[in-house]
Design a protein around this ligand. Structure first.
Ligand SMILES: Cc1cc2nc3c(=O)[nH]c(=O)nc-3n(C[C@H](O)[C@H](O)[C@H](O)COP(=O)(O)OP(=O)(O)OC[C@H]3O[C@@H](n4cnc5c(N)ncnc54)[C@H](O)[C@@H]3O)c2cc1C
Length: 333
């Protein structure tokens, strides 16, 4: 049954139509679907995955999007720097995207977690946590990354609200505020140079001042950027709004916001399981056209780039969709 047929059924039942009702119904129907074979499976249905799905849907490709529904930015109240959606909530952006992709009948959605993947005579076999198995000729990984929260009380509650990772996403909103930069060495120095254009009240909080060379220390001094060499024990906050940083020696310092550089890991083990090479930084290695090191496997979005943003995820998704469609076309033409 197509999405349009489901909406018609829904309307015939006399229930009020809302933008989300047909979509929910469609998703529920798809979860019970008996279709198991596709041309393409996309694991991850956030910005990168949906963007890929739109391109493939518009190319009439039988596509399955498997999504666990946990994008990395879900805690941030507003998303910025994405044209036409500047200041929207992350959910608003993905809901509009999903409702638009749902229009393409060849794209199906499955709510759930893909837990393993292997090659088969049909291309790939993907198994979900509910035990469903789907196959496809091409596999697209749009799985994102997981930020690893440091062991600091209050940190994760402030993440994306008043403790942020990116000047382009949130810097404008926290301009001219008393700002901490929680990072070490090169990363702290680089962030300071960017943040210096947004506020003049900057303090770097680092575990080791010796990570800076003489030139860097001179530059930081020239711009009146303070350095605190102490370990943080807690971030005091009100509903995610940073109020003060507490150090392990018991001292405190008042701040209004912070930038933090924290480690990450891949959200999914499937890329590794299928032999995709990772870069030194831990991203999936991809070519200019989003191809991984493994035949017929593509990756897009945060899992394969340092340029982390909604616009980049959407852009790499579009490239991936076009490249996968191109390969399928060449194979069948
Ligand atoms: C706190 C924070 C705030 C941000 N603010 C901004 C901002 O203001 N502006 C901006 O442009 N960018 C912002 N970003 C960056 C932006 O959110 C990311 O670049 C973008 O979400 C990447 O999209 P993606 O589709 O690659 O991954 P994600 O959006 O992280 O989505 C990955 C999806 O894949 C699913 N998934 C993963 N593994 C599996 C699996 N095995 N099976 C099924 N599903 C799976 C996940 O559940 C999730 O739905 C922010 C990031 C963070 C962390």
């Amino acid at each position: 049954m197509t999405r349009r047929e489901i909406i018609k059924l829904f309307e015939a039942s006399g229930l009020a139509l809302t933008p989300s009702r047909p979509l929910t119904l469609f998703t529920q129907y798809n979860n019970k679907m008996d279709k198991k074979e596709f041309e393409v499976i996309i694991i991850g249905g956030s910005y990168a995955g949906l963007s890929t799905a739109m391109t493939l849907g518009r190319s009439l490709r039988e596509t399955l999007v498997i999504d666990a529904g946990k994008p990395c930015n879900q805690q941030t109240p507003h998303s910025h720097n994405f044209l036409t959606q500047d200041g929207s909530t992350p959910k608003e952006i993905s809901e509009i995207a999903k409702s638009q992709v749902t229009k393409y009948d060849s794209v199906r959605f499955y709510d759930g977690l893909a837990v393993s993947g292997k090659r088969s005579n049909k291309g790939f076999e993907i198994t979900t946590s509910k035990g469903d198995i789907f196959t496809a000729k091409k596999l697209i990984l749009a799985t994102g990354i997981k930020d690893l929260m440091p062991d600091i009380k209050g940190f994760s509650e402030c993440w994306g609200i008043s403790v942020v990772h990116c000047t382009y996403c949130h810097g404008y909103e926290i301009r001219n505020k008393k700002t901490a930069i929680i990072a070490n060495g090169e990363r702290a120095f680089h962030l300071s140079s960017l943040v210096n254009n947004l506020t003049k009240e900057i303090t770097i909080i680092t575990s080791d001042k010796k990570d800076f060379d003489e030139n860097q220390l001179a530059k930081l001094k020239q711009h009146n950027i303070q350095i605190i060499e102490k370990e943080i024990s807690e971030i005091k906050h009100q509903n995610g709004q940073l109020e003060k940083i507490v150090f392990k020696d018991g001292s405190t310092e008042i701040f209004e916001c912070a930038y933090a550089s924290i480690p990450f890991e891949q959200n999914s083990n499937i890329p590794k399981e299928l032999g995709c090479k990772l870069t030194e930084n831990g991203h999936i290695e991809v070519s200019f056209m989003q191809k991984t090191t493994e035949e017929d496997i593509f990756a897009c979005g945060d899992n394969s780039t340092m340029m982390r943003s909604v616009s980049m995820a959407v852009s790499s998704g579009t490239i991936t969709g076009a490249m996968v469609n191109h390969e399928l076309t060449q194979e069948n033409f």
